[in-house]
Design a binder for this molecule. Structure first.
Ligand SMILES: [Zn+2]
Length: 329
């Protein structure tokens, strides 16, 4: 994943704030315990003196003398630690009560371990990058409960071997289960059908549920997605590829309304790269489109339509435009 320098700075500021919080919380616990337990100060001072006096060993005449002195300091330090632990136990406090409780004990909330970036900082960077990406396409909230089957005819349709309502009930169930059981190995969905049959509603409902489970979801219309990718591709070099990395690496990618945008060499290459990379890394994608597969093959390429046939569960939406029905009362 590639991040812009601004994002690195922002992540470091968050981690620095965590460290300062952890340290001040420790200082507050120390003061509170000091006020509550009169014996504590004595042992704390002994422990501090033992640490400070180590340097004195350097000025000693013989090695033996220094060694004996250091052993005495070590014993004093251990005794002090032991006594403090006993005092904590007396007050029913955990043994690490007076230590700093870092969010990330691995790096002590510094963001780096030796010379490399700590995993916690990578996590913060990811989180920030997703938040930034989500701002580009704010999610409208849609619930499964608001998906109304009454707008789909109950009349048996010979062509489909069921009524539109029956088909849409099945699709609704598939989508609810998908959202409920989502994990980063879930399958890919291809929602296909005419405008106004609820594809956007159901894909938004899935996205909303999956976000609630704590996964990173990127939702965008095909048109906006390609515009963002293009801006980034031809834009400033710093942070180039950041949005693209999120598109490729998010836990769930939802591309809404594929086929509305103007198909160019750039969009064809970008779409193929997205689908193919996510298939290879086994990350689920949901694509919705008004175009049938043969039309996608024409607008994009046979490579893309064959991926959609072979690697996506097809959900074929049928019925009459719900938005038109609602407008007509
Ligand atoms: Zn860390």
């Amino acid at each position: 994943m590639i991040y812009s320098p601004e994002l690195f700075e922002e992540a470091q500021a968050i981690i620095d704030a965590r460290r300062l919080d952890a340290e001040s919380a420790r200082a507050m616990r120390d003061r509170a315990f000091d006020a509550e337990e009169p014996e504590y100060r004595r042992w704390k001072q002994q422990r501090a003196a033992a640490a400070q006096n180590i340097v004195k060993a350097l000025g000693m005449k013989t090695k033996e003398e220094a060694k004996a002195y250091l052993e005495k300091l070590r014993d004093e330090n251990l005794t002090a630690q032991d006594e403090i632990r006993k005092l904590l136990a007396k007050h029913d406090l955990p043994a690490d009560y007076l230590e700093v409780h870092y969010t990330c004990p691995k790096c002590g909330d510094t963001g780096s371990v030796e010379t490399s970036v700590c995993d916690c900082k990578i996590g913060v960077l990811r989180e920030l990058a997703f938040r930034e990406a989500a701002k580009k396409s704010p999610l409208r909230f849609c619930a499964f409960e608001d998906f109304d089957l009454k707008y789909y005819s109950d009349d048996y349709n010979d062509k489909y071997g069921c009524s539109p309502r029956e088909r849409m009930r099945q699709i609704l169930t598939v989508c609810e289960q998908y959202a409920r059981d989502f994990d980063p190995r879930s399958e890919n969905l291809f929602m296909v059908g005419a405008t106004g049959l609820g594809k956007t509603h159901l894909s938004l409902a899935i996205a909303g549920e999956v976000i609630k489970k704590g996964y990173n979801v990127l939702y965008n219309s095909a048109q906006n997605l390609f515009t963002e990718l293009q801006k980034e591709y031809f834009g400033k070099p710093e942070g180039r590829g950041q949005y693209e990395s999120l598109v490729l690496e998010c836990d769930l990618l939802v591309i809404d309304d594929l086929g509305v945008e103007f198909s160019t060499q750039f969009t064809r290459a970008a779409l193929y790269n997205i689908i193919n990379t996510r298939l290879n890394t086994r990350r689920p994608t949901i694509i919705s489109s008004n175009l049938q597969l043969d039309e996608i093959q024409q607008a994009y390429s046979p490579r893309i339509s064959s991926r959609l046939i072979g690697d996506f569960l097809q959900l074929r939406f049928i019925g009459a435009d719900v938005r038109q029905q609602k407008l007509g009362g």
